[in-house]
Design a protein. Structure first.
Length: 319
């Protein structure tokens, strides 16, 4: 294993760690009193925070690129014949994937959504085989399966499986679940194609800036007006929680960068397998910070994830 491949593995793991930190702070943020009037429509503050995250993320990345004298790279990428793929990836990963995930939680609950959305790992792996011709060894396939099983062990409540009522809300939940799975898997596929297989000169940080810019415009021009949330946006700008929103956007941007960087080196299947560990890291941080007791299912899932990481890390790199 050479140094670059090892960095790809580490970047994938830390993309999960940073997204776990983002998830915990974001969850605490939605409990702020400013959102109390939306207690029966929590999707409004959640989508608003995502919009503001992408907006601030875009600003931070712009300042980063300017400081490193890479602004000219944005113009070059915008003239690149593959620019439409970045726009499509932004649409699939942000407004479609993330909105699908959060709206799915509204209709079928967080437990089922967190469990079944993990299938984006399997779909992403399948798409990488189909379109990128990635060679998935049996050991890699086993690692993917272990990851999915671990996520189900952590999140899925088998005692309530028969309590699901298959009504209109459940149908909407399943539709949003499909949006989430295919949105996230497709974004990973497109990002890896552009950065790793297409062998373009597009750098991960430039690709993410354009991704966040596209997502911000889509949220700002379509989603936020549709849910009539600009009033809440202005309220947040006048509130002290604006600093928290700005901070988590830095954490989220770092997570995106690490995820894109990881996939640019080790490919879709491995990159997603390591990134999806954020579910496990979220629980680890909750145990450390909020004194939540260890559960047997968590310990078992941790062992499965550790085995999957070892399997991925010891795979020979693709030539």
């Amino acid at each position: 294993m050479n140094g670059k491949y090892f960095l790809g593995i580490i970047a994938g793991i830390f993309s999960g760690i940073t997204w776990a930190i983002y998830t915990i702070i974001n969850n605490l943020l939605t409990q702020n009193k400013i959102f109390l009037p939306y207690s029966d429509k929590m999707y409004i503050p959640i989508l608003t925070i995502i919009f503001m995250h992408d907006f601030f993320s875009m600003l931070w990345l712009f300042f980063y690129l300017k400081k490193n004298k890479k602004i000219s790279r944005i113009k070059e990428v915008l003239r690149n014949k593959n620019i439409h793929l970045i726009f499509i990836g932004a649409l699939l990963g942000g407004p479609i994937g993330m909105s699908g995930y959060l709206l799915g939680i509204k209709y079928i609950g967080a437990s089922y959504m967190a469990s079944f959305s993990s299938f984006y790992l399997i779909i992403g792996t399948f798409l990488s085989i189909l379109f990128l011709k990635e060679k998935i060894k049996l050991r890699m396939l086993f690692a993917v399966i272990l990851n999915v099983i671990g996520i189900f062990i952590i999140n899925f409540n088998w005692n309530k499986i028969f309590e699901i009522n298959f009504n209109t809300e459940t149908l909407f939940g399943l539709i949003f679940l499909l949006f989430c799975i295919f949105g996230w898997a497709s974004e990973g596929l497109i990002a890896s194609y552009i950065l790793k297989y297409k062998k373009t000169s597009i750098e991960p940080e430039v690709a993410i800036f354009i991704r966040q810019l596209t997502s911000t415009l889509l949220y700002g021009l379509l989603i936020i007006p549709y849910i009539k949330a600009y009033g809440l946006v202005f309220e947040i700008f006048k509130n002290e929680i604006l600093l928290i929103v700005a901070f988590i956007s830095i954490v989220g941007s770092l997570s995106f960068f690490l995820w894109y960087y990881s996939m640019s080196i080790i490919g879709v299947a491995k990159g997603i397998s390591l990134n999806i560990s954020y579910i496990l890291w979220t629980i680890i941080f909750e145990v450390i910070c909020f004194n939540i007791k260890f559960q047997v299912n968590f310990i078992l899932a941790s062992c499965l994830f550790l085995i999957s990481v070892i399997l991925i890390a010891t795979l020979p790199e693709e030539k």
